[in-house]
Write a protein that binds this ligand. Structure first.
Ligand SMILES: *Cc1c(COP(=O)(O)O)cnc(C)c1O
Length: 227
């Protein structure tokens, strides 16, 4: 195994603890998801050996293939963090423990219809940019979408997720996410998760109250080019 991987993981975890303490938060309330997209499946088993129990993928085909290849690893949770297509909902659901990217009623309905008995944890992805073409529900519409998701029997609405825009201070963008999380909790009081914070902005996300960080390259090293 790449010894540097263990070092980078330990380094990020130390930074998470520092940021949590600085914000007066208990680090135990923060889940660090390692984003393994574009990397070979061996990275997931290496991370598992290092104690990682949460991994994130953003493309359904890659998620499905890796999930199949890795097989059952006790306690490993798979987080789907990419754009979900309605016609791939069944495959996404089959390979995920948590779907972070529910941003419209159609995908929520498709994930619900693909239910097989177990409940699925889902987050509403919120668009923090001014560009309606980006993934995510507009903040003003999040509460309505939350009500809809709540009505679906096989989905458990856990909270909200967002990516900070490139052209804005992450702390400011995350404040909008926090306000949006409050809106959602008005209709779903137990939807307490906030998935935010990547390699470049996870300390700011922790300061805002993020409960789930999605960290890739700071831990994995640079990603191989997309195919
Ligand atoms: C790739 C990705 C991440 C991780 O990005 P890094 O900058 O490598 O930490 C987090 N969230 C989403 C939605 C991603 O697609």
């Amino acid at each position: 195994m790449d010894a540097a991987l263990a070092d980078r993981l330990a380094d990020v975890d130390a930074r998470i603890i520092d940021a949590a303490r600085a914000a007066g938060r208990d680090p135990a309330g923060i889940t660090r998801i390692v984003v393994t997209k574009f990397h070979p499946v061996s990275l997931i088993t290496d991370l598992y050996a290092l104690g990682v129990r949460d991994v994130g993928e953003n493309r359904q085909q890659e998620l499905t293939a890796k999930h199949r290849e890795v097989g059952a690893l006790d306690g490993l949770s798979w987080h789907f963090i990419g754009q979900a297509q309605t016609n791939k909902a069944r495959a996404v659901r089959a390979a995920s423990d948590v779907v972070h990217s529910v941003d419209r009623t159609r995908i929520a309905d498709a994930l619900d219809a693909a239910g097989d008995g177990d409940g699925l944890d889902v987050l509403l992805q919120v668009n923090l940019t001014d560009d309606p073409g980006r993934g995510g529900v507009a903040p003003a519409e999040a509460e309505e979408l939350a009500s809809h998701v709540r009505s679906l029997e096989t989905l458990r609405l856990r909270g909200v997720m967002a990516v900070a825009p490139l052209d804005e201070e992450p702390a400011r963008a995350f404040e909008r996410l926090r306000a949006c999380a409050e809106d959602v909790r008005r209709v779903a009081p137990d939807a307490t998760w906030i998935s935010a914070g990547m390699t470049g902005d996870f300390p700011e996300a922790i300061a805002m109250g993020a409960t789930h960080l999605r960290i890739g390259s700071a831990i994995t090293g640079p990603r191989p080019p997309r195919d």
